[in-house]
Design a protein around this ligand. Structure first.
Ligand SMILES: [Fe+2]
Ligand SMILES: [Fe+2]
Length: 358
């Protein structure tokens, strides 16, 4: 694969096409390069949490979030080259939930890539998920960009294989947000060795985009907004000039810069999580760069869910968050400071005060 040199001057995206997409509850990504024939878009949908009640009944609100995202993706113009689903398709990993979610995702009329969330994995360790979607980690090249898909929600063998009397209990323990019985996420030795080999043949100037479920950084261990071997994964990515990690799991806007790596979270179609720092008693390491969403109505079921429009015309992500019940935000890479910044709210004096929960 030949590396491409994206150039901002060659990026062509009309205001009309952006306006046409801004009502959509999903994450759309547009890449544009010096050669317009190489331009492409893809859509990003994450954290649907399809939840089985019994028989043929599922939690209707989570169904509706995913159905809406799929329907809007099918109407996107320009047509996305593919759709990425960012994990947590199911709530408790059952065949019924995965089948029901897969049935909805199958209505996408473009190629779909998927990755594993912990809610998909810890019942049968991803066995049934693999029957639907294939390998747990992989990479692919698309029009000059190297995409890496990680399974970042593994954990220590003792916890996975010996701690729990049943697979159902293991799933329930990992599904709980604030649970002292939980175990930190890992990419793990085997997958890091695979990643090192995968990156061997890639030019250092090729844009790299990594999709993971958990953040490949350490934000708040109590809620597993955390990957225990994050620094070792980051070390494999640091030699490349343009690296972006896009992750789900946290159900909220977060962004950060560590060395050459920009980090961006995507929102969920199901529900928003609060920010860990909004709980005064909890120590967290929400990246200092991140200006949290100021939620207008935390009891509105769609507040702080939404989608992102992303362009990578410079090889770096500029992400416009379209929030369903809140003010749109744009976080763009600033080449002067070398980090992503909120174009409106990054300066402390221009921020709206966050809500505090006790
Ligand atoms: Fe999730
Ligand atoms: Fe998750």
């Amino acid at each position: 694969m030949q590396p491409r040199n994206p150039n901002r001057r060659d990026f062509i995206k009309g205001a009309a096409s952006l306006a046409a997409i801004t009502a959509l509850p999903l994450n759309s990504v547009e890449l544009a390069f010096a050669d317009p024939a190489k331009n492409f878009t893809f859509a990003y949908i994450s954290d649907a949490h399809i939840q089985h009640i019994k028989g043929s009944r599922f939690v209707r609100n989570w169904d509706r979030g995913l159905i809406r995202a799929v329907a809007e993706a099918n109407m996107l113009q320009p047509r996305p080259d593919f759709v990425m689903f960012g994990g947590d398709l199911a709530q408790l990993g059952s065949k019924a939930e995965l089948d029901h979610g897969a049935e909805m995702l199958a209505k996408l009329d473009v190629k779909t890539h998927c990755l594993l969330g912990e809610h998909d994995y810890y019942l049968d360790l991803g066995e049934y998920w693999s029957e639907l979607y294939g390998p747990h980690f992989y990479s692919f090249d698309h029009k000059g960009v190297h995409f890496v898909v990680l399974n970042s929600i593994l954990t220590y063998d003792d916890w996975t294989f010996h701690r729990w009397p049943t697979a159902e209990q293991r799933m329930l323990e990992m599904a709980a947000l604030d649970n002292p019985n939980g175990s930190p996420f890992l990419v793990g030795d085997a997958q890091r060795a695979w990643l090192a080999k995968d990156l061997e043949g890639i030019s250092r100037s090729t844009p790299i985009v990594v999709f993971s479920h958990s953040p490949i950084q350490k934000i708040y261990k109590g809620w597993n907004f955390w990957t225990d071997d994050a620094e070792q994964v980051q070390a494999l990515l640091q030699p490349f000039g343009d690296v972006t990690v896009i992750y789900g799991h946290v159900h909220q806007i977060q962004y950060n810069q560590i060395g050459n790596i920009s980090f961006h979270a995507v929102m969920a179609t199901a529900w928003p999580w609060p920010y860990p720092q909004s709980y005064a008693q909890a120590e967290s390491h929400l990246p200092k760069l991140t200006v949290p969403m100021n939620r207008a109505d935390p009891f509105f079921e769609r507040d702080a869910t939404g989608w992102q429009f992303i362009n990578m015309n410079t090889g770096r992500v500029a992400m416009t968050y379209s929030l369903n019940n809140n003010t749109d935000r744009t976080v763009a890479y600033n080449p002067i400071t070398g980090r992503p910044e909120d174009t409106e709210y990054q300066q402390p004096e221009s921020r709206i005060s966050p809500q505090i929960h006790y």
